[in-house]
Design a binder for this molecule. Structure first.
Ligand code: UDX
Length: 430
């Protein structure tokens, strides 16, 4: 099949690379000449395991093409995916301006029959608006069907999630659109949910909200466990081993970050308010996420004593989660800024995210490895659970630190082992 993907962020580029790898001809549409030029040379602007290789393969075999020209991409395409960003605006609502601009542009270039499917996360009813906008803009002889095909990929495992997803959701209005989209997705081995457009739009928000709910639940149990003297990890293991509940997404830590869960939960608050449905549930998820960060900062403050000025903190891990260089809504940003306000110096290391972190946290000293970061620092704080940090030579770390104090924001170390080694250890909820 010949398809187009508008947008080349995580969702757009991964979708395009995977469909090209499956033998479709995929046009990726962008608006920045510099970025499109770099992509044509196989340079991926962010770190995602395996993606650059897949893009290069697509370019080499000619299945993957990058362009700035709507007429070049849209006219041969049977399906056009909209995969542009829907960032949160200042009120917490999803900013759909890019989606609508793109819909207009697509409409002006369609000839014959096309399917315009949205991969971007958009509030229920958005595709209906896309349809209305496109109806006004298109040529009389052109026809199209809208569809919602939300993407559930998780950064760090995006290629695998797209090729082997737990489910493929296809929301359509017509039988024709459904059949074509089913044919396109046939080689992808997830269970298919064939439904209407609004249900597909809702599935995406509901799924992200469920993940955020579980994390905030785990973090609330951690906050409570610290107060009552229980071990949250054992509590949550005891909860998660119940097959009806399951073990995943129950790890307490410094809260959820990234480009999706924070923004989509905030958007859901607005969506529920507009719909006249109780919104406090989603508000509480956000509140717990903020509270768990504050609680962690509070513990570090206490350890720094009454004169924190001039002390040095070693930070390991900056990205919002491992295996990505993405700093969007990373808990590290909030925690480092709060510590900075105390007048402490920050030394930091992250295996992939330092280039992006430098732009946000310019006053931080970035080091080449964990040991250099710890050297001469007063305490150590772990904020992302990169594998590299799990196997550190902890005795060496202890010698390098001025005081053997570890704040483990992702619970990667065994408290007993660290205490045996002579560390003063604090995790989350333990
Ligand atoms: C998420 C969804 O998982 C994905 O389906 C959707 O398409 C996009 O949003 P992603 O943002 O890549 O994906 O990250 P995810 O793995 O969900 O983690 C989000 C945040 O939650 C991270 O900061 C992570 O550290 C945190 N997290 C996750 C926890 O604190 N505890 C957990 O148990 C799981």
């Amino acid at each position: 099949m010949i398809i187009s993907v508008v947008g080349h962020g995580y969702v757009g580029l991964v979708t395009a690379a995977v469909f090209a790898d499956l033998g479709n001809t995929v046009w990726v549409l962008g608006r920045d000449p510099k970025k499109i030029e770099e992509l044509r040379r196989g340079k991926v602007p962010f770190y995602e395991p395996g993606l650059e290789e897949t893009v290069k393969r697509g370019l080499k075999n000619g299945y993957l093409k990058f362009t700035l020209s709507y007429s070049e991409a849209i006219s041969p395409s049977e399906v056009i995916f909209i995969a542009v960003g829907t960032p949160g605006d200042k009120n917490g609502e999803a900013d759909l301006s890019n989606v609508f601009i793109v819909a207009k542009k697509i409409a002006r270039h369609i000839t014959g029959y096309k399917i315009v499917a949205t991969k971007s996360t958009v509030p229920p009813g958005t595709n209906q608006k896309i349809e209305e906008i496109m109806e006004k803009e298109k040529e009389k002889t052109a026809s199209f069907d809208i569809a919602s095909t939300p993407e559930f990929l998780s950064q760090g495992t995006a290629l695998d999630n797209t090729l082997h997803p737990d489910r493929v959701v296809i929301g359509t209005k017509t039988q024709k659109a459904r059949e074509i989209l089913v044919r396109l997705h046939e080689p992808i081995d997830g269970e298919m949910i064939l439904t209407n457009v609004k249900t597909a739009e809702m599935i995406k928000y509901a799924a992200n909200a469920m993940l955020a709910t579980r994390i905030s639940f785990a973090n609330l149990i951690a906050l409570l466990s610290e107060q009552v003297g229980a071990d949250a990890l054992t509590v949550l293991k005891g909860v998660g081993l119940d097959k009806r509940i399951g073990k995943t997404f129950l790890s307490p830590g410094v809260g959820f970050g990234g480009s999706c869960l924070p923004k989509d939960t905030k958007a859901l608050v607005k969506i529920t308010q507009k719909a006249g449905v109780i919104s406090e549930f989603f508000e509480a998820i956000i509140k717990v996420n903020e509270e768990v960060r504050k609680n962690f900062i509070q513990k570090i403050k206490k350890a720094l004593g009454s004169k924190p000025q001039g002390k040095t903190i070693a930070i390991l891990g900056l990205s919002f989660k491992p295996d990505t260089d993405d700093m969007r809504e990373a808990p590290s940003i909030y925690i480092i800024k709060a510590l900075q306000n105390l007048g402490v110096k920050i030394r930091a290391y992250d295996p992939k995210a330092m280039e992006k972190a430098e732009k946000i946290l310019s006053w931080v000293t970035f080091l080449k490895d964990p040991y250099q970061t710890c050297s001469g620092s007063d305490i150590l704080v772990v904020l992302t659970e990169w594998n590299e940090f799990k196997e550190l030579d902890l005795l060496r770390v202890k010698e390098l630190l001025k005081k053997p104090v570890v704040f483990d924001g992702r619970n990667i170390y065994n408290p007993e082992k660290l205490r045996e080694l002579g560390f003063i250890y604090q995790g989350v909820g333990r």
